[in-house]
Design a protein around this ligand. Sequence first.
Ligand code: MG
Length: 370
Amino acid sequence: MKEKITVIIAAAGSGERAKRSKNKILEDVGGVSVIRKTFDAFYSSKLINEYIVAAKQEDAEEIKSLLPPFVKIVNGGKTRTESVKNALALTTGDIVLIHDGARPFVPEQVIRDCIDSAIKYGSGVAAIPSRDTVAEKSENAPRYLGKKDLLLIQTPQAFIAEEIKRAYNVAGEKTFNDDGEVYLNCFGKLNFVGGDAKNVKLTYPEDFNTAKETRFGTGFDCHRLVENRKLILGGVEIPFNKGLLGHSDADVLTHAIMDAILSACCLRDIGFWFPDTDEKYKGANSMKLLAEVLRMIHEKGFTVDSVSAVIMAEKPKLLKHIPTITENLATALNISPDKVGITATTLEGLGFVGREEGICVHANAVVVKE
Ligand code: MG
């Protein structure tokens, strides 16, 4: 692309509808601020030559600190129209994209299609067909607009820079819904390109709840098999002539799962929280320790999404016990059994597991932070 491309990110909103104490674009979305994530969507596309962010004066410093120094910050006006006008005055690109700061999930393809459309037709506005029927409220009877041929308008909205500047001059003090309408008012035409259902504008409190941070953790444990001990796996007693040796009930499966969960949350490990030197944990029921681990991670805002574990044991055969173990762990973890994947394997007679001296478990956990 030989054209110089500018993106204007409108970030001067107040976040009132999102019921946030600060501007919603400064909120966290999966570990980064909304504004940074929005910027990154454009930056990683490598299609943009110039970045301008319109920000409220009170947010300008914070926004500046969240973005690279080459991003120009301009004073956002009282209205979105005013903000865009201020930003357009600084634009040096041939094509300008205007985008809502609160749409961090914009796919690269949509950005590309908007630019291509603006080069070809003068404008390219992201829009998706309405899935729902639309009606217009009225003091008397509401008016049904249907859904056929109705479009939900998104951003980015791309234009030939000189044309959108002219359109804003023509618009004067009149108010418009968005930049596309400003362009339409001036030129009597507007080209739409396919948007994306994922390209949502974070507006209401529940929109932020969908922006979860997912984390992955791994855990491993091993216990010696001895006589005169119970064999407990995932809180289920398995009939066998030997059991696992340990300070607690030596539930090797639950131990590995607890470590995977703690690791995903960066909260150390079970040896740190439940030391085997502490008399309190002698003979402890590991399912109770698991409940304690869940309490700890909930306190930090995490919940378990799913777990997966492989039990390495030469004997006993675990095949018929796996469904019971799975059910028991799912109940304890407060997740559906189809989110608990337990497998078992022998080690083909190799090593200490193969010699039936012990049982090992490798576990993984996925946790989400609300
Ligand atoms: Mg252990």
